[in-house]
Design a protein around this ligand. Structure first.
Ligand SMILES: NC(=O)c1ccc[n+]([C@@H]2O[C@H](COP(=O)([O-])OP(=O)(O)OC[C@H]3O[C@@H](n4cnc5c(N)ncnc54)[C@H](OP(=O)(O)O)[C@@H]3O)[C@@H](O)[C@H]2O)c1
Length: 311
């Protein structure tokens, strides 16, 4: 099968397409024919450029010193079950699935074997029927992040919710999830993405590049930092201070992402009932993956960036 190998840590050019053995599923594994994967902010860090030293050392100890131990990186997949080991109960050949592989990586390839049970090596569920494979990768990554961290807010109808970094993969999902929960949503992005936030349901939009403060007395029951601690602005600092009594501020950098197939099922339910539509920024061909990395690395992707495989 064709796979993209990360030959060493470095710029996007370290990613090379190569012919490798097709993986063989064990009795407790399925083999997925991957139709789409995503290039995420996590992939950029893993490929290994522009990471602060304090993160780089622990990351390299964990993932490999000079190059990733698992040379096929990529964390997100959407595809079809091609074969299932004899102990598999949840899936059968032909099922269309989506999920994350976590420390199992291996999504920059035509095929991936994984267990059906959740672990740090992945979670898998049936794909929302009304989504393309490309859209499903955004729903899986953005959905797992947004739903996990927003569940900490226990959001109730009528509450005021602010999504900081509203145009990111997580942010575009979070706006829609907050509206689904009945919240009044304020979305913070740069000016060029304010219309997008409105189209996703945001009631109020703010531009972090020109607005430094919130209106006096403005308070939020829940604030989600959807872009992580490294992306800052004066407005972000103001948002942190604008919680109502009992309100909560959560960053998607607060703790590890849980790989949870029950949450994927919930994302499917919200999506199939028409309450959520993933935002796909750009789709690249498999051979163009380095180009996709270059684009994501610029830090201004809108929604998710997808790579098509086996199409
Ligand atoms: N907890 C975990 O286990 C875990 C796992 C994976 C990822 N993460 C976190 O998730 C982050 C990536 O999320 P992602 O892939 O959805 O986003 P992303 O692609 O890194 O972010 C892109 C978006 O960020 C916005 N942005 C850039 N600078 C900003 C700033 N200063 N203030 C507000 N928005 C800004 C851009 O919007 P504009 O163009 O409008 O500026 C763009 O839409 C990672 O950086 C990491 O912190 C956490």
């Amino acid at each position: 099968m064709k796979a993209i190998i990360c030959t060493k840590y470095g710029p996007p050019e370290v990613l090379k397409i190569k012919e490798v053995d097709k993986p063989v599923p064990k009795d407790n594994e399925v083999r997925i024919k991957i139709h789409a994967t995503a290039v995420t902010a996590s992939d950029i860090y893993i490929r290994g450029s522009q990471i602060p030293l304090r993160y780089m050392i622990p990351m390299r100890l964990m993932l490999g010193i000079t190059k990733p131990r698992k040379s096929i990186i990529g964390l997100v997949l959407a595809g079809e079950i091609e074969s299932a080991g004899k102990d598999i109960k949840r899936f059968k050949p032909g099922d269309k699935v989506y999920g994350l592989t976590g420390f199992g990586f291996g999504c920059y390839a035509e095929y991936k074997c994984m267990k059906e049970t959740d672990s740090t090596y992945g979670c898998l569920s049936l794909k929302p029927e009304n989504l393309t494979y490309e859209e499903a990768t955004v729903a899986a990554y953005g959905g797992l992040l947004a739903f996990q961290y927003m569940e900490r807010g226990n959001i109730k109808p009528g509450q005021n919710v602010l999504i900081y970094g509203a145009s990111s993969t997580t942010g575009t999902t979070a706006i829609q999830f907050a509206k689904y929960l009945g919240a009044n949503v304020t979305a913070v992005s740069s000016a060029s993405n304010m219309e997008l936030s409105k189209s996703l349901g945001a009631d109020t939009v703010l531009d972090y590049t020109t607005t430094d403060t919130l209106k006096p007395g403005e308070q939020y029951d829940f604030v989600l930092d959807a872009v992580g601690r490294r992306k800052k602005s004066k407005l972000k600092a103001a948002c942190k201070k604008s919680l109502s009594p009992g309100g909560k501020y959560v960053s998607i950098d607060d703790g590890n992402l849980l790989l949870d197939s029950k949450r994927l099922d919930y994302i499917r339910e919200v999506t199939e009932t028409g309450n959520m539509k993933p935002v796909v920024d750009r789709c690249y061909a498999f051979e163009e993956i380095a180009e996709a990395h270059r684009y994501v690395e610029m830090g201004h992707k809108i929604g998710g960036v997808v790579v098509r495989i086996n199409n």
